[in-house]
Structure formats: structure tokens, C-alpha cells
Design a protein around this ligand. Sequence first.
Ligand SMILES: [Zn+2]
Length: 356
Amino acid sequence: MPPPSDDPLTLGQRLVAVLEGGQRVATYKLAVMVALLDLAVENVPEDPDAPVSINLDTLADRVMEGYWRQLRPLDGHDLRQSNDGRGVVFTQITRLREAVTSPRSREVPLDTAALLAPDVYADARLTIKKNLVRYPLKLLQRVGSGSYDCFLYDDSWLGTDSTRVIDAHGNSIELFPGVCHTLARLAPLVKPAFQLAWVEDVRRMNKNLLDDGPDLAHHLFGSDRISLTRPGIALADTFGNACFYCDTTLRSGRHVDHVLPWSRVGIDGLTNLVLSCPACNSSKSDILPATDLVTRALDRGRTTLDDLAESINWPSQFDRVRSAAHGLYLTQPPTTPVWLGAKSISPLGTVDIVWR
Ligand SMILES: [Zn+2]
């Protein structure tokens, strides 16, 4: 039987133990853990004690998405994400990048890359999924040597790279009862800790390159890894060139804002993007918006958003935004500050929205 995992303190302590479990030779475990935290938020069940399946293709997608933004030169240097600078995940993502970008082209979201080079993408995802099942997912809960308890999911069948075995297990891992809900609650605290450890690992793995201290955290996790110019133009053409929040007409300094904050869920899909004036953008920052702002973003309409996204070869991610909103607000205490508009912040209160 798994240990009781719905106690946030116990689960949090175990996650910290994963972070501190000796020097890592690669950043895979951190990538998997951050992906699991994001997926927990997006899969929060109505019943907090329910077990939750995490699809392994989706997990591979999220790990790829994390590295996709990161594996780009910093000040002309390719950064290592492992001690020897090699690794299956990095090779695959580099291949995909070469298939869809020329040196002069802009960065595109991973979903766009998947559309442009579907075969290379499918290959990469399968290879990466098998690698995750074989190593980091198998090793994630193992802290120190000797026996250990699984506290997130049963890992006894992992460690294989057989697609037959993976498929026989439903192509998924199952988070123990209560774990998904608790991970989602802990995510705002724990995700930054994992990202910080990730930054320190990359700094250590690239000691020779990073002496002059570029902003590595920003390079790895900043929201501007992908240019949002194209969606910005599309949004202005369709919904008008005004601030989504305060309706001011936008002249210079048009911002493209992530409605659900980038730092919380990292969704670049068009459904999560709006135009914003500089004042609203900087005032909102990383604060959760009031729920009616999120419903208003969704009320622009799935068909409209999907069609618009398709016309610029951009992901829409309507379902993902809705699921993330559901999970974010359901797991926040009523005292959580939310942003209502410029210079206006109040406690969240009780949320009883059905996210349609
Ligand atoms: Zn505004």
C-alpha cells in the first residue's frame, strides 16, 4: 500500500528530498517533476482523493516543451543539460529544431513544430517517452541508496523501454489517491524550488561558459523565449487594438499578456493570450487574475480562437487553458490575492465556477 500522500507537508518534504538527493548528472528528473506539477494542476479531479492517470505521451510532450524553450544558445553558447553534454532527449529536440527552423527564423512554439514536421516530432516523442520511462520516472522517487517508498505513483513496472509493456500499462502512470490534488496545491511553492535547482544544475554543468553571469533563470524559464508578435497582430485584427483588461486603445507599447500567469502554468496557446496596455501588464505581473477575467478570455469562443490560431499556425490550447483554470482556482485558499484590474487586488474568496 502506498503511504498516505494527501498530507501536503509530508508530500512536500518528500519532494524536497528528491531535490536534495545528491548531485544530478542531468536535468531530466527536474524536467519530469516540473512537468508533473503542471499536469497535476491541469488534471485536478473533482474528488480530491481520487487517483489520477497521467498519459505518458502528454508527459513526454511537456518535458519536450520545457527543453524546447531552453535548448537555444545563450550568448552564442550551447548550454549543457547533462555532465557530458549528451543525452537522448537533447539529441531528439535538436533534430526537431533543425527540421523546422533556419538560423534566421524566429522561435516557434513546440506545437507549431509538431505541425511543421509531424514525422520528426512523432519519432522524437516516442524516443523521449521511452527514455523517461526507462530512467527518470523509474528513479524519481528513489532518494539515497537502499529501499524507498513510492509516494507519487507505482514505479515497479517502469525501467523498461518496451512499448509493449508501456501500452500494457495503459501508456500512463497513475498518481496515488490524493496525490494529484496535493501536488496542484503545492505547485506554487514547489515549482519555483525545482526551477531554482534546475538553474543551479545548468550553471554547474556549464561552469566554463557562464563566468560573466548572464541571467540564466530568465534564459531557462522566462516567458519571452517564444516571440508573441504574430499572435499579437492576430488578436488586434480580430478583437480590436485595445487592452483586454481596461479597454484603453493601444498605441505604442502593446503587450501580449498571458491571462493565466506564465510562471504558474506556462501556456503560450492563443486562448491564454490577450493584448494589454503597459500599465495593466506590469500591475498584473505574476498574480492570478480574477476568475471573471479568465471566463471572459474563454468567452471569446473556442471556434473563433481555434480558427484564428490555425490561421497563424499557432496552438490554441483552449482545453488546456480551461483545465488549468479549473485546477488553479480549485486548489487555492480563499485568501489568495487575485488581480481585478490596475492597482486593484483582493482575496480570491470561494470559487464555484463550472469551467465550460
Ligand atoms: Zn489596460
